[in-house]
Design a protein around this ligand. Structure first.
Ligand code: DQA
Length: 166
């Protein structure tokens, strides 16, 4: 039986208060809106023949549910958990539980800010963290994850690669 080829897929999760990017403390977070950031990511993903899905939520449980669902639908996860980065053992446990290749991103450099932002519950369960490059943090995170997945998942599951389309 012929297997149907699918593009590899990444979920981009945005946590609380990121829906108001552009208006929110632009001196810290920049002027790009979330829609603009997502659009840039979409363009970059297309270049690499990856599919992206996006979700923003201000609610911890919604983010946890999305991480659980991602296990069966995506090969990777990019997460800016916003303030939940510094508080949420539940989000950390969800990432650890699903075992998806995950990159943590932050617009601001959390280590140059208030000390309560210096600790990330998420950092120990992700591949890596990118922090401090404004909206470029997302782009750099996507590039890193695409490279990682291209070197790992594609070897394990060659039918995911668009190059195998018939
Ligand atoms: C943030 C940094 C967090 O400390 C903050 O609570 C945010 C945004 C960032 O992208 O720089 O909401 O994750």
């Amino acid at each position: 039986m012929q297997e149907v080829s699918k593009l590899p897929s990444i979920l981009v999760l945005h946590g609380p208060n990121l829906n108001i990017l552009g208006q929110r403390e632009p001196g810290i977070y920049g002027t790009a809106t979330l829609a603009e950031i997502n659009q840039r990511l979409q363009q970059e993903a297309q270049l690499h023949q990856f599919t992206l899905s996006f979700l923003q939520s201000n609610h911890e449980g919604v983010l946890v549910d999305a991480i659980h669902s991602a296990r069966d639908q995506h090969q990777g996860l990019i997460i800016n958990a916003g303030a939940y980065t510094h508080t949420s053992i539940a989000i950390r446990d969800a990432i650890a539980a699903v075992g998806l290749a995950t990159v943590e991103v932050h617009l601001s450099n959390i280590y140059r800010r208030e000390t309560f932002r210096h600790h990330s519950y998420i950092a120990p369960v992700v591949l890596g963290q990118i922090s401090g490059f404004g909206s470029d943090s997302y782009l750099l995170g996507l590039q890193a994850l695409v490279r990682y997945l291209s070197q790992t998942t594609m070897q394990a599951h060659p039918n995911l690669s668009s190059e195998n389309e018939t």
